[in-house]
Write a protein that binds this ligand. Structure first.
Ligand code: DGJ
Length: 631
């Protein structure tokens, strides 16, 4: 039979938070959080379920997950394990989700909650470009600065479901967890199943309050490693500059020119290994192609280091091309339903990372490269969703475990990599932002936000991303125009302003851009050095979201409220518009703040209530930044 009915057995309250074995999770010291574990039992099937809650003292956050133990002498098959369930009284709520597609990730959608079921999900094997594992429920009159908001985010990078049910009694229920559709997990006697956790954030000061709590939580209790609180090097990535068409000389020319203008690191993207000159082959063969990288990797990296620059490299560790030595040797190492041929996507198969020996192969390939030269950054890419999910290594009875075991395999690899190479800055990527989730943030302090680097498209993409995720983790670069995705030409300054509110870097052939553009680079880099601490650690406010769609404007204030940076971007130039008023937020009313450019000083109250008048920006896609410091 298939039923489960749980009753309370006992509970325990203790300081701190237990680590989740094999899964990413928020963390906190004993003085920072308290954990409540409620043990429940279904005596008929002898199934123990522990509901685990952790409260963070300084933040309006509760995290929730469940741990299941089979105490039956027979095996139990789990077909649905959700991580959280919250009932709210009434139905007068709206729902916010982040939806999109490749190159158009995480657009904000707000809609009214109705009767029946509504929500988002992924059964693509990754969190996906289409729907981010995030959901907010808010009072229907809530705004940026007013009203109640409940935010839910799943700390997991695979299939998920997030659903709201409007029920017959006019109440709602919100659930979140691993998607049951692709899940069937066999638990033997005494075995445990650990669910990933859901982070639940509460704000009674509107959507902005929810955002700032998520940012604080992730910066202080999720992101780890050496770069957690550190300024990131200004990098230049060769993807949009050369695609697959590069060699040592081209890379060195880019690096030499980049160095002159203050860029600190060169990242060599896809195409340096095997025989890879297009996306047709070689994934899995992690051996340097010395026809392109003449002199070898060690030579290239030492030449870059001699320039005084760091070096970073691209991998796609989870994949294998049919045209590769790896696939020819181990055709059974891919995810495939035994007896059927798996589908290709971007000409590649997915490696069966549920298997230890496949993970060992990948880990050893990566470490051989990383140990062969002074590599200080890795971009971990993943360019297709999972299909045909089956494994030759697990019996037919266990095929329903593969989606989840795959995600655990990815986490295991990332944990090994970050432990073995703690000095390397890891940037996650999945065809742009296809796996932008808190699970990934546990391993990599930054994630490439989108393959769409157009400054105007990025406004919406980055605004949606920053609804939940801190600016410190949003991979953003200045790229060349016309833009490679939308063919739009935007001012170089504007591209800089938009990338500044992320990790900041360049993605263009610096040897080919105009002298005027080159001259702007040192100014942009100086701005990055000046504002990076503020942007990474400050409080983020949306100023014009939903107010005037011809502009985007956002503000970052230091925690001590002594400094603030405001960015305004105008989409289209308009005739006969002389100025735009923007009212700042979060300042101290009676303190005086001075504009670093004009020297003019105003009270916080004046800046928040009367605001500043931005002069006509005179043209399409123009931007401006303001910086105020407390007098
Ligand atoms: C997708 C990434 O998002 C790009 O930045 C680039 O690394 C390509 N993959 C390389 O194949």
């Amino acid at each position: 039979h298939s039923a489960c009915s749980l009753s309370y057995v006992s509970h325990e309250i203790r300081k701190g938070k237990t680590k989740l074995e094999g899964l990413p999770a928020t963390y906190g010291l004993e003085e920072e959080c308290t954990t409540l574990e409620i043990t429940c039992m279904d005596p008929v099937i002898s199934l123990e379920v522990v509901l685990c809650y952790t409260l963070f003292e300084e933040l309006d956050v509760i995290k929730k997950n469940v741990r299941i133990r089979n105490q039956n002498k027979n095996q139990i098959i789990l077909t649905k394990v959700l991580s959280s369930c919250l009932n709210l009284e009434g139905m007068d709520y709206d729902m916010i989700t982040l939806n999109g597609s490749w190159a158009r990730e995480r657009y904000v959608e707000r809609k009214r909650i109705g009767y029946g079921e509504q929500g988002i999900s992924s059964i693509r094997g990754e969190s996906g470009h289409q729907q981010n594992p995030f959901l907010a429920i808010l009072s229907s009159d809530a705004t940026e600065d007013y009203g109640e908001v409940y935010g839910f985010n799943f700390v997991y990078s695979g299939n998920f479901i997030a659903k709201v049910q409007g029920c017959q009694f006019d109440n709602i229920r919100v659930i979140m967890g691993i998607h049951p559709e692709t899940f069937r997990f066999v638990l033997e006697t005494n075995q445990e199943f650990q669910s990933p956790e859901v982070v639940m954030v509460y704000s009674d000061i509107g959507i902005g309050g929810m955002t700032r709590t998520f940012h604080d939580l992730y910066r202080n209790h999720l992101i780890r490693g050496e770069y957690k609180d550190k300024k990131r090097p200004v990098l230049i990535n060769n993807w949009e500059a050369t695609y697959f068409d590069f060699n040592t000389e081209k890379l060195l020319n880019i690096a030499r020119e980049a160095k002159k203008f203050g860029i600190e690191m060169l990242v060599m993207d896809d195409g340096w290994f095997g025989k890879r000159n297009s996306d047709n082959g070689s994934l899995g063969d992690w051996v340097v192609n010395e026809e392109k990288i003449e002199g070898g990797l060690h030579y290239l990296v030492s030449e870059i280091n001699k320039l005084g620059m760091k070096f970073g490299i691209w991998f796609e560790p989870e994949m294998v091309s049919p045209d590769s030595d790896l696939y020819r040797t181990h055709p059974d190492w891919v995810l495939e339903i035994p007896g059927r041929k798996a589908a290709l996507c971007r000409n590649q198969y997915i490696l069966d990372l549920t298997r230890t020996k496949v993970r060992d192969y990948v880990f050893n390939s990566l470490s051989n490269i990383l140990n062969s030269a002074n590599i200080e950054y890795v971009k971990w890419d993943m360019n297709r969703q999972l299909t045909d999910v089956g494994s030759y290594a697990h019996g037919e009875y266990h095929q329903g475990e593969i989606y989840h075991r795959y995600v655990l395999g990815v986490y295991d690899l990332m944990e090994r990599l970050t432990k073995e190479f703690p000095h390397i800055l890891l940037e996650n990527c999945s065809g742009g932002g296809g796996r932008f989730d808190p699970g990934m943030l546990y391993y990599s302090p930054q994630i490439w936000c989108s393959d769409d680097t157009d400054a105007i498209e990025r406004l919406e993409i980055q605004r949606g991303t920053a609804l939940v995720y801190p600016l410190s983790c949003i991979g953003a670069h200045v790229s060349d125009c016309p833009n490679h995705i939308v063919s739009r030409t935007t001012p170089f300054e504007t591209r800089g302003y938009v990338a500044l509110s992320g990790t900041f870097g360049y993605e263009l052939d610096i040897t080919k851009i105009t002298e005027e553009e080159k001259k702007l680079i040192p100014k942009q880099i100086a701005q990055f050095h000046k504002y990076s601490d503020l942007i990474r650690t400050g409080d983020y406010y949306r100023i014009l979201a939903g107010v005037d769609c011809n502009y985007d404007c956002w503000q970052i204030i230091s925690k001590d409220k002594t400094e603030t940076l405001i960015t305004i971007i105008q989409i289209l130039g308009r005739p006969n518009v002389h100025s735009k008023r923007i009212r700042l937020k979060g300042l101290v009313k009676d303190e005086m703040y001075c504009d670093s450019e004009s020297g003019e000083c105003y009270s916080g109250g004046a800046l928040m209530h009367a605001g500043i008048l931005v002069p006509n920006l005179d043209g399409d896609f123009k931007g401006k930044i303001y910086h105020f410091i407390k007098e």
